[in-house]
Design a protein around this ligand. Structure first.
Ligand code: DAH
Length: 346
C-alpha cells in the first residue's frame, strides 16, 4: 500500500517537471501520457477496485489529489504558453507607422538683443519704463538740448552721418532724455526711463569699434536724486550683469549733459581684480558713462534744477555682450554667421 503511495508521489513529481515544456504539442503529449485513458492515473483507478474499502477510500483520495494537481499544472502551463505566444506575435507583427519628425530649425535671439532684454528687464524691475527715439534725429535733440551747442568741441568726437544740415543718424541714445523731459511736467515726477537702440557715428571699424552699434540709456528725474542713487543703481546693475561679487569704481570724467560726470568701471569678473588679459592687468573694466543731469539740460526742457535733479547713464550693448560672453571681435555680431549665433540658443 505505502509502496503505491510512494509511486504516486514520484509520478506527481516527474509530471510537474515535464509539464514545464516549451511548446503546446509536447504539453499535450504530457497531458495524454499522465491523464489519458492508458495513463498511470487510470491504471491506479483500476487497481483500486480490488482494495479493501478503508484502503480504497484513502488511496482514492490520493489518486484524485495527484490527478487534480497534474491537471492544474497542465492548465497553468497551457495559459502561460498561450500568453507567451500572443506576446511573441504582438512583438513580431508590430508595424511602426510613425515617420521620423522633420527637424525644425528654430532661430535664436541675437546676443545683442538678449543683452538688451536682460538690461531692460532689470530696469523695469526697478520701475523704469522703456522708450524709443528716432534713429534719424535732429541736431536739436541729438546735441543742442543736451548742452552741446553748435560750436561745442565735444561734437567733433561724434559728428557723423548727416542726412541734411539739420538731421543726422543719432550718435547716441541720449537724445531721448531731452525728448522725454520736454513731454513731461513736474507733476509727472518721477521720470524713470530706459531707452535701448541703434546709434551711428564716425568711428574706426576694428575688433572693438564699429560705425554702427547699440546703446542703452537710462535716466531718472525726481526730487533729491543724488550721486548716491546713481551709485546704488550702478552697483546693482554691475552685479546683475557680471555676478554678485562685482565692485564698481567711479572715475571723474566729462560729458556736456552731466555734471559731475563719471566713467564707471566694474571689477574684472575673470581675475576678480588681480589683473589679467581681459582687464589689461588693471583689475577693472570700463563699462559705461554716467553722471548727474546737467542743470542746463533740465532748464532747457522746462524743469527747475533748484527743485529737481536726476542722473543718467549710457552704455554700449556690444561692449557689455563682449565682456559677458567673452567675445573678442565686435564684427561677429554683424555678419550673421550661424556658427556664432547658434551658440546663443537658449
Ligand atoms: N551719450 C554718451 C556716449 O554716447 C554716453 C553717456 C554718458 C550717456 C554719460 C549718458 C551719460 O546718459 O550720463 O558716449
Amino acid at each position: 500500500m505505502s509502496e503505491q503511495h510512494t509511486l504516486l508521489e514520484e509520478l506527481l513529481a516527474t509530471a510537474l517537471v515535464e509539464v514545464q515544456t516549451d511548446d503546446l504539442k509536447s504539453l499535450n503529449d504530457v497531458r495524454v501520457k499522465y491523464l489519458g485513458k492508458k495513463g498511470p492515473i487510470q491504471e491506479a483507478m483500476k487497481a483500486m477496485k480490488g482494495m479493501e474499502p478503508e484502503a480504497r477510500k484513502e488511496f482514492g483520495q490520493l489518486v484524485n489529489t495527484v490527478k487534480g494537481q497534474i491537471a492544474a499544472a497542465v492548465e497553468n502551463r497551457l495559459l502561460e504558453l498561450e500568453q507567451a505566444a500572443i506576446a511573441q506575435r504582438l512583438a513580431n507583427e508590430t508595424l511602426d507607422i510613425t515617420l521620423p519628425a522633420q527637424n525644425l530649425h528654430t532661430g535664436s535671439i541675437h546676443p545683442l538683443q538678449q543683452v538688451v532684454d536682460d538690461i531692460t528687464a532689470f530696469f523695469r524691475s526697478m520701475g523704469y519704463e522703456a522708450a524709443e527715439g528716432p534713429e534719424v534725429e535732429t541736431d536739436f535733440y541729438n546735441f543742442e538740448m543736451l548742452n552741446l551747442p553748435h560750436d561745442h568741441p565735444a561734437r567733433d568726437m561724434q559728428d557723423s552721418f548727416y542726412v541734411d544740415p539739420h538731421r543726422l543718424l543719432r550718435t547716441h541714445t541720449s537724445g531721448v532724455q531731452a525728448r522725454t523731459f520736454e513731454s513731461r511736467t513736474e507733476a509727472q515726477l518721477p521720470i524713470k526711463v530706459i531707452c535701448p537702440g541703434k546709434v551711428y557715428r564716425r568711428d574706426d571699424d576694428d575688433a572693438t569699434h564699429s560705425h554702427q552699434f547699440m546703446q542703452i540709456e537710462a535716466f531718472i528725474v525726481d526730487e533729491n536724486i543724488s550721486m548716491a542713487n546713481l551709485k546704488g543703481t550702478l552697483q546693482a546693475l554691475a552685479r546683475h550683469l557680471f555676478g554678485a561679487d562685482r565692485e564698481i569704481r567711479l572715475r571723474p570724467s566729462f560729458f556736456p549733459f552731466t555734471e559731475p560726470s563719471v566713467e564707471v568701471d566694474v571689477s574684472c569678473a575673470k581675475c576678480n581684480g588681480a589683473g589679467c588679459n581681459v582687464c589689461k592687468q588693471t583689475g577693472w573694466i570700463e563699462i559705461l558713462g554716467a553722471g548727474l543731469i546737467h542743470p542746463n539740460v533740465l532748464t532747457m526742457t522746462g524743469f527747475d534744477p533748484q527743485k529737481v535733479s536726476g542722473f543718467a547713464l549710457g552704455m554700449g550693448v556690444e561692449r557689455i555682450a563682449m565682456l559677458k560672453y567673452g567675445i573678442e571681435d565686435i564684427r561677429h555680431f554683424y555678419v550673421n554667421d550661424l556658427r556664432f549665433l547658434n551658440q546663443f540658443k537658449r
